[in-house]
Design a protein around this ligand. Structure first.
Ligand SMILES: [Fe+2]
Ligand SMILES: [Fe+2]
Length: 307
């Protein structure tokens, strides 16, 4: 018996940038076992503690990106975006290895990440990434990837004498993140022009809210950044500047609505207004979660808005 509504089996598989990114990602696989864990750190005790604290939001960001992409995949499939779903499968693997490698790194550093109560903005930040539809999610991931990129560069390649273990690890992660940024910008360039001005305004508001939360989080680790001779204000300035540049390039700051530029048709969101107010689970005592992952799974159990 043929299922009702199914008229064809083979999906469209256009030879586009997303398919190329999928192939690139699949061909450059690595895991924490590719690294030489016998290489001794050259970080001072203070820098090891500082790195553990500074890494906290990025570390949880890796796990959140992995979980977010997996819950996003079915809606991309439902929209018939075949190359995007293949790309997302490789993205999930990328974020899984970043999360696993950083977990192992924490063990080597001998320090834990900051606790939620020490950086409560973490929950608000990752809860905000879960609001909206696929386009909002990609926009949030792009912002998070830009933050991650500047973080890894500041503590890795931009250091006068990068640590012989952490430096090469950041280079590997940065290579993966460059594919993520290419995906997000391409996806948004294809879809933002078809959005209403009000929808774009919501996305600009999202950027502002995420940046406010980032400022608040980084204020808590200002002294830790100084242990690596990094000024938090310079870091924030570079992050904000790059996000603005991408926002311009994808047409988010255009006043007039235009037609989609390339590729298949735009995603039309059924949500034209701002997202409904949500109450993040910020009260540690109210949520019986054993770790950030448990908490994240509670946040992710909310379905994304249908687009
Ligand atoms: Fe990552
Ligand atoms: Fe990423």
């Amino acid at each position: 018996m043929v299922a009702a509504g199914i008229t064809r089996i083979f999906p469209d598989l256009t030879d586009d940038l997303l398919l190329n990114l999928f192939h690139q990602g699949a061909q450059v696989q690595w895991t924490s076992r590719s690294l030489d864990w016998n290489t001794p750190f050259q970080l001072s005790d203070r820098q090891r503690l500082a790195l553990a604290r500074l890494l906290t939001p990025v570390y949880f960001g890796e796990q959140s990106a992995m979980a977010g992409a997996s819950s996003m995949l079915p809606s991309v499939m439902a929209a018939g975006e075949t190359t995007a779903q293949l790309y997302l499968a490789s993205f999930i693997m990328d974020e899984a290895r970043h999360f696993e490698a950083l977990t192992r790194l924490y063990r080597s550093l001998g320090h834990d990440p900051l606790r939620i109560r020490d950086m409560p903005e973490l929950l608000r930040y990752y809860h905000r990434l879960r609001e909206g539809d696929r386009i909002d999610w990609v926009w949030g991931i792009l912002i998070s990837d830009i933050i991650g990129k500047h973080f890894y560069r500041a503590l890795g390649p931009k250091q006068a004498a990068p640590d012989p273990f952490f430096g090469p690890l950041t280079v590997r992660i940065l290579r993966d993140e460059s594919r993520h940024l290419a995906f997000a910008e391409h996806y948004l360039k294809r879809n933002v022009p078809g959005l209403t001005p009000e929808r774009r305004r919501v996305m600009v508001d999202m950027r502002d809210e995420l940046m406010r939360l980032l400022e608040s989080m980084t204020r808590r680790v200002r002294d830790d950044a100084l242990a690596f001779h990094v000024e938090i204000d310079d870091f924030l300035g570079e992050v904000g500047g790059e996000i603005d540049g991408v926002a311009h390039r994808v047409g988010l700051l255009e006043r007039r609505q235009g037609p989609p530029k390339t590729g298949s048709g735009p995603i039309v969101s059924d949500r034209s207004g701002p997202p409904p107010p949500q109450t993040p689970a910020t009260d540690e005592g109210a949520v019986m979660a054993r770790c950030f992952g448990c908490l994240l799974s509670l946040i992710c159990s909310r379905r994304l808005a249908r687009a």
